[in-house]
Design a protein. Structure first.
Length: 365
């Protein structure tokens, strides 16, 4: 069953379809998850920045108040993000992970410039302070409708990448397990589909070898099951017909073997297909060794070959006489030749019947 080429061809197409589908779905899901992860990260940064904005107004309106700088590192650890408070002028007031006094003016940072317009400012860029790529989100801070500064929350991109990698790994593992399950199910399905075909192939090969005893179990009511049923009926009919043919052949052979006349059957090439014992004795030949040989080689009587050829060429029965043996011990034979034709009326061979007329002619003399 596993050596069936049709099974593997069918399964190969199924495998290609499953792998292509799994890859496309996996890529689509991975992109969607990456997009959602970045969006969720931005929402998280927005929430952290909004929380910082509520407590940073005092420090922005009162430069002498340094309580926020003392509190910001702990707040950054609690929120899991880097937090920065920036004056409207771009000067850094406080930062959770760096010394604000030595930090550059941030007024020209992309996220700060975007936040000046009143909307949240976003950017992903390399941080000179942290020496790594970061994702930033900045919010403007207003006091009495006046812009007094900005708050900013950020995350290293490696954190985002780690999250994306973990999610991708889960997606890949899930897709791989689903694909493996689909491949196993597909293999079982392909084997179920091809099993009747393999059985029918084996039965057809057995029939070609003359074995008509194979029976095909019909397991399903679908097209393949109906085909198996029809094939099984055909095998049964062939078996019955072959038994009838063999019975009739044996009967004919028994009749021919018991005849007092010599009988020889030849094909259209004049090679012997059957010769009974009487004919073999007349020509002093062995019946088994004569099969397949040209009749002229077995009889060695030109008249036999000439009469046979004339009957087959003219497609009519012919009668002739021929002498067999030496002059002192000869045998006079009467031969009747009848051409044989197949179901399509094509010449298939001929039957020759030899009758010993020696005693009859001796009595007449």
């Amino acid at each position: 069953m596993l050596r069936s080429r049709f099974l593997w061809k069918l399964y190969a197409g199924y495998v290609a379809l499953i792998l292509l589908t799994s890859t496309l779905i996996g890529l689509s899901v991975a992109r969607a998850i990456a997009r959602d992860t970045i969006h969720d990260t931005e929402q998280m940064l927005f929430a952290r920045a909004a929380l910082l904005r509520d407590i940073a107004t005092t420090s922005l309106t009162d430069p002498a108040n340094d309580a926020l700088q003392k509190r910001l590192p702990d707040l950054g650890v609690e929120t899991g993000a880097r937090l920065t408070v920036i004056h409207e002028s771009g000067r850094v007031i406080a930062d959770s992970e760096a010394e604000h006094a030595v930090m550059d003016n941030h007024g020209n940072r992309p996220e700060i410039m975007e936040a000046r317009g009143g909307a949240p400012g976003k950017s992903t860029r390399f941080s000179e302070t942290m020496q790594q790529r970061m994702m930033y989100l900045a919010l403007p801070v207003y006091h009495d409708a006046e812009l007094v500064g900005f708050v900013r929350a950020s995350l290293p991109l490696n954190v985002v990448s780690e999250r994306l990698t973990g999610i991708r790994n889960v997606v890949i593992a899930t897709a791989a397990v689903a694909a493996l399950a689909a491949l196993i199910i597909g293999f079982l399905f392909a084997r179920r589909v091809t099993r009747p075909l393999v059985t029918m192939t084996a039965a057809a090969q057995a029939i070609a070898g003359g074995d008509y005893r194979h029976a095909l179990p019909v397991e399903a009511p679908d097209e393949i099951g109906r085909l198996a049923g029809a094939f099984d009926q055909m095998v049964g009919q062939l078996r019955s017909r072959m038994e009838t043919i063999v019975l009739e052949r044996n009967r004919v052979l028994a009749i021919l073997g018991s005849m007092v006349e010599g009988v020889v059957a030849v094909d259209r090439h004049e090679n012997i297909l059957f010769i009974n014992q009487v004919a073999a004795d007349l020509f002093q030949a062995d019946p088994a060794e004569s099969l397949g040989k040209p009749i002229r080689e077995v009889t060695q009587i030109p008249a036999v070959s000439e009469t046979l050829r004339g009957s087959m060429d003219s497609d009519r029965d012919m009668v002739a006489e021929a002498k067999v043996g030496e002059d002192a011990n000869w045998t006079l034979l009467e031969m009747r030749v009848s051409p044989l034709r197949d179901s399509e009326r094509r010449l298939a061979g001929a039957v020759l019947v030899f009758h010993d007329l020696t005693q009859l002619r001796s009595l007449e003399a």
